[in-house]
Design a protein around this ligand. Structure first.
Ligand code: CU
Length: 266
């Protein structure tokens, strides 16, 4: 009898607790009841790839609509395009420095090395047009230069939406300058996904897992209100010859994930 009473009292206390929350907490939690839920994550450098930049990503999700904001700085400069994706179906984590491997005599992390952490490409964060994995490396439709200021509202697959909601979605910005010479070259050898490309062009630079957030704006006050991409189109960088081949990255990455899965990863 005593324990039942205690349980009832406890239940009553739990019910009463939310009522004690300040009005501001109610206001921010209504963002989900109005249909939009916000997910955020800081983008941290993949230090194994000699990256020192950083950034922040936010996705506001309602059904299959995603308002995506990515801000980053300190990336490989010049005209280097930076492929960016929402990765899914991995562990929802970023590669640790200890996971670096030898590539062409240099300790670094490539896309395949990090696959178990952040999974395969679910959405390509292109500036225009198709945003599926088919556009994984559509270099003309990604931000370029040392900083990124990206905002686009897009449709995502239900699989991607589910990954975002379950904390398995990871934002990855690619393209590194391992040897600091201002361009993508073969210091790390060829890309494991496409031998016609330098690994520097496809290796992960920044990475961040998304988590549900009560804040519906970016930390620096840069609220994501714009529709469409704000990032100017990057110039032709000479990687375009690999454009068709680059598009294969999605298929190659997907194939890699499938092999992992059939190998008993689940
Ligand atoms: Cu990616």
């Amino acid at each position: 009898m005593h324990s039942i009473q205690a349980r009832v009292l406890t239940a009553a206390a739990v019910v009463a607790l939310p009522l004690a929350l300040p009005a501001t907490a109610w206001a921010s939690s209504t963002s989900s009841s109005s249909g939009w839920t916000t997910y955020q994550g800081s983008l941290d450098p993949v230090t194994a790839n000699k990256v020192t930049g950083s950034g922040h990503a936010m996705i506001q999700l309602s059904g299959d609509q995603a308002k995506v904001t990515v801000k980053a700085s300190g990336l490989a400069g010049g005209a280097s395009p930076h492929a960016m994706h929402i990765h899914i179906d991995g562990n929802g984590t970023c590669p640790k420095p200890s996971e670096a491997k030898d590539h062409n005599g240099h300790s670094s992390t490539n896309v395949a090395d990090a696959m178990k952490d952040y999974g395969m490409i679910g959405t390509s964060l292109t500036t225009s047009g198709d945003n599926s994995a088919k556009s994984a490396l559509a270099v003309k439709r990604f931000p370029s230069g040392s900083s990124v200021d990206y905002s686009r509202t897009m449709t995502v697959s239900s699989k991607v939406a589910d990954n975002i909601k379950s904390g398995k979605a990871v934002i990855v910005v690619h393209g590194v300058d391992y040897n600091g010479n201002g361009k993508y070259d073969n210091v790390l050898g060829a890309s494991e996904l496409d031998k016609s490309l330098p690994a520097e062009a496809t290796d992960p630079a920044l990475c961040g897992a998304l988590a549900a957030s009560q804040m519906s704006s970016m930390p620096n006050g840069g609220a994501a209100t714009g529709d469409g991409a704000t990032q100017a189109q990057g110039p032709d960088t000479g990687l375009v010859a690999g454009g068709g081949a680059l598009a294969l990255l999605g298929a190659a990455a997907g194939g890699y994930a499938l092999r992992r899965r059939s190998a008993g990863a689940r």
